[in-house]
Design a protein. Sequence first.
Length: 213
Amino acid sequence: MTVLQTLKRRRSVPRFEPDGLLLTRELIEEMIAESCLVPSDFNLQPWRFIVVRDRERKEILYDCAYRQEKVRQASAVVIVCGDSKGDARAEEEVASSVRDGAMTREAADHLVASVCRSYQGNELARFTLAVREPAFAAMALMLLATERGIGSSPIGRFDDEVLRKAFAIPDRYFPVLLVALGLQALDMPVPARGNRLPPSVVVFHEGMGDAEP
Ligand SMILES: Cc1cc2nc3c(=O)[nH]c(=O)nc-3n(C[C@H](O)[C@H](O)[C@H](O)COP(=O)(O)O)c2cc1C
């Protein structure tokens, strides 16, 4: 499947066959590892994933997600989180490159200084890092699922506070999105895709000067 074919085939599944697929821990880890091929600023990789496969844990997640049936029907749900201190691992990131001889110590120091300049004391930049990169990974996960014939649905409506408590998510991490995975219900076809805004509305060339304020 080409990227375009996969993009066209991916849809948000309206309903899953309850526990319709056996998604093993190993398969999900493999798909997550592949998802992590997406880019991240300075290769900081500010994403973390909580895999929920256990029926009872899914029931808890269902409550966190305002009782959206998809959550309990899905074979697995991945809680995609962002690290609000993603810049903290800059030194760790360069250390392996220095060790492998892929980077000089001087270049590594320069890079770490650049990370500090970009993120230290800049909460907006840190927040953006914690949301943007994990969103790339979540998208990749849905495309990888599509490629394997696994249905998926992004779920953004959940109670952040309740979810954090139920899944022991430290303050440092943001739950960005749930990605539900499973077998699309056989008796409920996905409705026609909603129209996408055309380029005449969403594309601006060389600046946004003529956009509505
Ligand atoms: C950030 C985000 C949050 C979403 N949250 C939910 C959700 O909570 N529940 C749901 O059923 N669908 C959710 N969706 C799915 C959208 O409704 C769906 O992507 C949109 O209608 C376009 O349909 P398509 O994904 O099939 O192209 C979410 C999608 C995104 C990107």
